[in-house]
Design a protein around this ligand. Structure first.
Ligand code: CO
Length: 135
């Protein structure tokens, strides 16, 4: 697989709007998108820092993943996302190398991008997201 860059950092927060206000008011970073992902029960606000993005993740009622992270670890860095040329191919390559991506096939995440994840137990403690540029 070819990793192109660190595309974003995913930050777990209790209120994506309050967090976004901090990044925009205190640090002067532009908010570039606000999305609600009903399937994943997440609110996602993206803030741009130069060519990098911070993804502010707020769980909605009944969301299982970020909620659990917030309960056990509190607010903070949740995942690192690498941009790859082809997430489907990267998923197959990792499976071939004996790793266990979260999903058998990539799913659509924020911004409609295809994504998959590698769990922290296989990556020395960091949840890694792989995504590819939107077509
Ligand atoms: Co992400």
């Amino acid at each position: 697989m070819k990793i192109l860059k660190i595309e974003h950092l995913g930050l777990a927060c209790r209120s994506s709007e309050k967090a976004a206000s901090f990044y925009s008011d205190a640090l002067g970073l532009p908010v570039v998108s606000r999305e609600t992902l009903p399937d994943m029960k997440l609110k996602v606000v993206k803030v741009e820092a130069g060519e990098s993005v911070l993804e502010l993740l707020e769980p909605m009622e009944g969301e299982p993943v970020i909620s659990k992270f917030l309960a056990s670890r509190g607010e903070g860095v949740h995942h690192v996302c690498f941009e790859v040329e082809d997430v489907r191919a990267a998923t197959q390559e990792l499976k071939g190398k004996g790793y266990s991506p979260l999903w058998e096939e990539p799913k659509r995440g924020a911004g409609g991008k295809w994504v998959n994840f590698l769990r922290p137990r296989e990556t020395f403690g960091v949840l890694l997201e792989l995504n590819e540029p939107a077509p």
